[in-house]
Write a protein that binds this ligand. Structure first.
Ligand code: PEP
Ligand code: MN
Length: 338
């Protein structure tokens, strides 16, 4: 349920409505837009229905939200959300690029990657210190050592750090080093993890689950926001289909759909979305043309030697070309690197 206050509603009238709701145990979330305030109500719908909210001063209407998420929806907040990650903005007319290796492998590999990423104009360095690998025998990541290297790379370059957190236990340590917490596909419905990152004040990059519907994905974002953390950026990274030529099927229609039904920023990951480096640049361009607010791209100083995802990683040369192409499409779409 959402309650729309009328544009002339006073602060006192708003507080009276909030009081009425919280007294019966309902939780409220405010969206203060440029013209009006909207109250998102969380809790048993029956309690809200029984309250005479629409008769209260300052209330324009009460709307039953047709979808099962609220805070994520455009009904709750009409303006696009812009997420601030340690001073770098994602959303609106900002074009954000997160690039770097799949996994942090060594200081040398990470620092070389960071230099390339910085030189080409991306604002974020990505790299997994904790890797959720399909095989338990595959490289699992350098863990805290990897986080320390990421923080060193930030100090050297000024790049913001986005890195994956794979379980509830490691949320504090990853939060201590990262500027943005990544929730990977395999954890998109790890509800305890979503609630835990929702209690932090770190921006969250929420990747779409391997086989998640858009509705399930937006509900995952709702889990984070319902705990009070509104700084969520979505990432389309392809879904599992019958197609085998590509690693996943990059669902660019999801970008357009999410823009319609949610106010949250969304970026595209053409690396995991295709699994093939040759397809990364065309799909990066297509993602921005579809309305995405940015990209996540795997780059490695020497993809042939990568410990994970070398097949989909761009060389420094190809990343430079891709960034130029993406920047051109961005300008057409009214989005620029800032
Ligand atoms: C990653 O970005 O490192 C990753 C593992 O991606 P995904 O969760 O989309 O598979
Ligand atoms: Mn990867």
């Amino acid at each position: 349920m959402i309650i729309v206050m009328n544009p002339e509603a006073t602060k006192e009238q708003l507080n009276m409505v909030i009081d009425k709701l919280t007294k019966v145990g309902l939780k409220v979330h405010l969206s203060e837009g440029s013209t009006r305030t909207i109250i998102g109500v969380i809790g048993d719908k029956r309690f809200v229905a029984e309250l005479p909210i629409e008769a209260m001063d300052g209330v324009e209407k009460m709307v039953s939200v047709t979808v099962d998420y609220k805070l994520v929806s455009r009904e709750f907040k009409q303006e696009d959300t812009i997420v601030d990650v340690a001073g770098v903005l994602i959303g609106g007319n900002h074009l954000a690029v997160m690039a770097g290796p799949c996994a942090v492998e060594s200081r040398e590999q990470l620092f070389q990657s960071a230099e390339i990423v910085k030189k080409c104009g991306a604002q974020f360095l990505r790299g997994g210190a904790y890797k959720p690998r399909t095989s338990p025998y595959a490289f699992q990541g350098l863990e805290v050592k990897g986080l320390e290297m990421l923080a060193e790379a930030r100090a050297k370059t000024g790049l913001r750090i986005v890195t994956e957190v794979v379980d509830v236990e490691s949320v504090p340590v990853v939060s201590a080093y990262a500027d943005m917490l990544q929730i990977g596909s395999r954890n998109m419905q790890n509800f305890q993890l979503l609630k835990t990152v929702g209690k932090t004040n770190k921006p969250v990059l929420l990747k779409r689950g391997l086989s998640a519907t858009i509705n399930e994905w937006l509900n995952a974002a709702e889990y984070i926001m319902s705990e009070g953390n509104y700084n969520v950026v979505l990432c389309e990274r392809g879904i599992r289909t019958y197609e085998e030529y590509t690693r996943n099927t990059l669902d660019l229609s999801a970008v357009a759909a999410v823009k319609n039904i949610s106010h949250l920023p969304i970026i595209v990951d053409p690396s995991h979305g295709t699994g093939r480096w040759k397809l990364v640049s065309p799909m990066a361009r297509a993602g921005i043309a579809a309305g995405a607010d940015g990209l996540m791209i795997e780059v490695h100083p020497n993809p042939a030697e990568a410990l994970s995802d070398g097949k989909q990683s761009l060389t420094p040369e190809n990343f430079a070309i891709t960034m130029q192409e993406v920047s051109n499409i961005g300008k057409i779409m009214g989005k620029v690197f800032i």
